[in-house]
Design a protein around this ligand. Structure first.
Ligand code: T46
Length: 140
């Protein structure tokens, strides 16, 4: 399977001692963009997937801070599936990548750091439109 260039795993530094562990996330340092928005997804159901869209200009880092889930990413040419199951791993997803989140464990909490404020106009929710858009971009 070919790697998707706009998607990568980021190892997050853990400050751990006998009291427990702490992870700090700073924009442009631990996270490769300025953080404009933070949200988290919880109370999910194992058999109810979410996502099914791409973003025109948004970059995000997804961190499963409790439990686990899987993220399917697709750049129009290659597809990959990531198993997020550790608090010290983030999944960076760049622009124009289709994503689907599924197989949520009991108690899963998915924390998301986003490079832009919420803008519903910025979503592409139709897969065929997404494929047309990426094939145009690839031709430019
Ligand atoms: C993404 C994946 C990983 C807001 O009002 N503000 C927000 O910042 C967000 C993210 C959502 N919403 C509202 C819009 C919907 O009424 O919350 C509701 C659920 O959002 P959505 O159906 O887009 O949730 P997911 O889980 O399908 O997708 C979300 C993000 O929207 C998306 O950017 O990449 O998580």
């Amino acid at each position: 399977m070919k790697k998707i260039e706009k998607v990568k795993l980021i190892k997050l530094k853990v400050f751990g001692d006998t009291r427990g562990a702490l992870i700090s996330l700073e924009q442009y340092k631990d996270i490769p963009f300025g953080i404009k928005r933070v949200y988290y997804i919880f109370d999910t159901k194992r058999d109810t997937p979410r996502g099914f869209h791409a973003h025109k200009t948004l970059e995000q880092v997804l961190i499963c801070v409790n439990g686990s889930c899987k993220i399917k990413v697709d750049d129009g040419k290659n597809v990959d599936i990531f198993d997020l199951c550790s608090q010290n791993v983030g999944l960076y997803i760049g622009t124009m990548v289709w994503r689907e989140m599924f197989a949520f464990s009991q108690g899963c909490v998915l924390l998301v750091l986003a490079s832009r404020y919420y803008d519903p106009k910025e979503y592409i929710k139709d897969y065929n439109e997404f494929l047309r858009s990426v094939s145009c971009t690839n031709r430019e």
